[in-house]
Ligand binder design. Sequence first.
Ligand code: FMN
Length: 170
Amino acid sequence: MEFSDLLKVRRSVRAFEDAPVEPEKVAAILAAANAAPSAGNLQAYEIYQVMTPRIRAALAHAAKQSFIAGAPVLLVFFANPGRSTRKYGARGKELYAPQDATIAAAYAQLMATDLGLASVWVGAFDDEAVCDAVAAPADWVPAAILPIGYPAEEPEAAPRRAVADLVHRV
Ligand SMILES: Cc1cc2nc3c(=O)[nH]c(=O)nc-3n(C[C@H](O)[C@H](O)[C@H](O)COP(=O)(O)O)c2cc1C
């Protein structure tokens, strides 16, 4: 798909077909995440690939968003501040590691769209409950959950601010 079309067709989808995602598509999504830029190329993030129904349910509970359990694949992106702090100190911990995780998740989401899959960025959750659900180390900070699957709904495009409103030319 043309990149400009990809940006136009992506929607947040919160209902998924009861159909698995092909392993090669999951692999392509993870490779896209791995292609994302990161501060100092340190890749201060970690990804959990979750397909087990029990853990999907625990993550849905951690986010108080039941639809999450209905996606066949969940990717959970964590900032791993330790990887960035070694070189960048507090800026690595507070800014670069969360940004590294966020950019990787954005790349993954766009690749999912390119492969005909649907997803939604989930950021509202209890951090500790997410860590518990996947048994992540306590110093990793969850940045986003991406439920991924084949869409069972076709949402309208969400409105956006006008470019002129959000761009400040100085
Ligand atoms: C940082 C962030 C957090 C979000 N958290 C949630 C969430 O917890 N649950 C949810 O259903 N959607 C969540 N969304 C999705 C937004 O609601 C959605 O992207 C926005 O309404 C625009 O719609 P679109 O993605 O279809 O363009 C989040 C998006 C972002 C970027």
